[in-house]
Design a protein around this ligand. Structure first.
Ligand code: G
Ligand code: G
Ligand code: MN
Ligand code: NA
Length: 254
């Protein structure tokens, strides 16, 4: 409808931006990654949340050009930071199931890597549980092709989707992103803490890493460290920031 018609020209009008949120190694304190999060700055509407416009983009097919732009821009920016002498880290890109199901999706990713010059091991794609469950055959092949490119795969919002964990064995993913709903309640709710511990232990026994999302306080970071969670992301460390601010923040902490 209205929002859709405004979204149609947003790419061409340069209203879409990427913000970056640092990901921290809980044991060394090092910045090991940055999640790219899209923002739409509309001249009249102001900032529109991706939670509002991504579903519209998915329904309309606009997610294809927008998703391609996100992939290319995140790779370009990560390479530019490396070339500027900043420490190497992984840039993580959120994927929609619509993009993932496109027949030429792997080629699109390969092209973004080649054109940017970014090393594949510096790119991570965030998948969701529901994306992996639906149409499992085609998905398995796509996951294999993506891994063959040499990039990293993570599962976003882990713990909120399907209860079947069989797919963790089938799909060659590298990391689980523990959903912020469990992390946020860890200090008040023994069940949430138990769930986080169970996820970390299961992940490690399968050879996967874990990152906790939505870490807003140092005491949560400390609790996660004691549960042997590998990495963390959240307002306690930094909010998602425009590229320029992220670079400034990074230069201050390293
Ligand atoms: O940063 P924020 O909390 O506003 O993000 C809201 C939601 O939008 C999150 O679920 C996030 O995964 C999603 N999102 C952010 N950027 C992108 C993107 O580039 N592509 C897709 N498909 N989803 C995104
Ligand atoms: O679904 P996905 O995990 O991609 O989206 C992450 C969302 O969480 C983004 O919208 C991001 O802005 C938001 N976020 C990041 N850190 C925190 C935090 O510490 N607390 C809260 N409430 N939200 C966060
Ligand atoms: Mn994400
Ligand atoms: Na998440």
């Amino acid at each position: 409808r209205h929002l859709l018609s405004l979204l149609r020209g947003a790419l061409e009008r340069h209203e879409l931006r990427l913000h970056y949120q640092p990901q921290i190694d809980l044991h060394t304190g090092e910045v090991i990654g940055a999640e790219a999060l899209i923002r739409w700055q509309h001249p009249e509407l102001g900032v529109v949340s991706p939670a509002r416009f991504i579903p519209i983009a998915e329904e309309s097919g606009l997610i294809v050009p927008i998703g391609n732009w996100v992939m290319r821009e995140a790779c370009r920016q990560a390479k530019a930071w490396q070339d500027a002498g900043l420490p190497r880290f992984v840039v993580a890109v959120n994927l929609s199931a619509v993009q993932f199901r496109l027949p030429d999706f792997c080629q699109t990713v390969a092209d973004a890597l080649t054109d940017s010059g970014l090393s594949p091991d510096c790119l991570e794609l965030e998948l969701t549980e529901s994306l992996l469950i639906n149409d499992a055959d085609g998905v398995l092949e796509t996951v294999r092709e993506l891994k063959a490119l040499g990039l990293q795969l993570s599962i976003d919002d882990f713990g909120t989707g399907y209860s079947s964990l069989a797919y963790l064995k089938r799909f060659d993913v590298d990391k689980l992103k523990i959903d912020q709903s469990f992390v946020r309640d860890m200090d008040r709710d023994a069940d949430s803490a138990a769930l986080v511990l169970a996820i970390v232990q299961m992940a490690h026994s399968l050879g996967l890493k874990t990152i906790a999302e939505g870490v807003e306080h140092e005491h949560l970071a400390a609790a996660l460290r004691s549960l042997n969670c590998d990495e963390a992301q959240g307002y306690h460390f930094a909010r998602p920031m425009p590229a320029g601010d992220f670079e400034g923040w990074l230069r201050n902490v390293v």
